[in-house]
Design a protein around this ligand. Structure first.
Ligand SMILES: [Zn+2]
Length: 147
C-alpha cells in the first residue's frame, strides 16, 4: 500500500481557503498499474461517498479498477485519518508559494500520477470573509507526492 498526497499550489489574490466543494467532489486522477507500469489513458473520478466491493475480499474501496493489460485488480481509498473537510489552500500558502495537501489516498496495486483540479471549488475573501472585487486564482499547479 502506498499513501499519496494530492497537493496544490496557486497564486491567490484577495482570496483564501481554496478547496473543493462537498464530500462527494469528483477527484480526477490518472492511474498507473503497479504490476505492469501501464498508465490508464483516461482520467478516473474518485468520489469519497461512493464505495465498491473489492474482489475476493470483504473490503470496500472508493475506486476498484482492473488493468486492461495485465488484468490485475487494484483499489484506491481516501485516507480518513487526513481531515479533508478542514484542508484548504490559504493566502499564506500562496504568499510562501508552497504546495498544500488537500487529500491523502491509499493505493493498493496502483499509483496516482496526476490530479486534474476540474470541478467546483470554493474560496473566501482574504480580508473580510466575503469575496470582493479584484480577486483571482492564477498559476494553479498540482502534484501527487508520497504522504
Ligand atoms: Zn497492469
Amino acid at each position: 500500500m502506498v499513501k499519496l498526497a494530492v497537493q496544490l499550489k496557486a497564486t491567490l489574490e484577495g482570496l483564501t481557503d481554496l478547496k473543493p466543494i462537498g464530500d462527494n467532489f469528483n477527484w480526477l486522477f490518472k492511474v498507473r498499474c503497479s504490476g505492469c507500469r501501464e498508465e490508464h489513458p483516461n482520467w478516473m473520478g474518485i468520489d469519497a461517498t461512493e464505495t465498491r466491493d473489492i474482489s475476493g475480499s470483504r473490503g470496500e474501496a472508493n475506486l476498484v479498477w482492473r488493468c486492461q493489460l495485465c488484468k490485475k485488480e487494484s483499489n484506491v481509498s481516501f485516507d480518513d485519518s487526513f481531515k479533508r473537510s478542514s484542508a484548504s489552500y490559504t493566502a499564506e500558502d500562496s504568499e510562501e508559494q508552497r504546495f498544500a495537501t488537500l487529500a491523502v489516498l491509499e493505493c493498493r496495486g496502483c499509483e496516482l500520477t496526476e490530479f486534474d483540479p476540474k470541478g467546483v471549488w470554493s474560496a473566501k475573501g482574504a480580508e473580510s470573509g466575503t469575496a470582493g472585487a479584484g480577486v483571482s486564482i492564477m498559476e494553479v499547479e498540482t502534484r501527487i507526492s508520497r504522504a
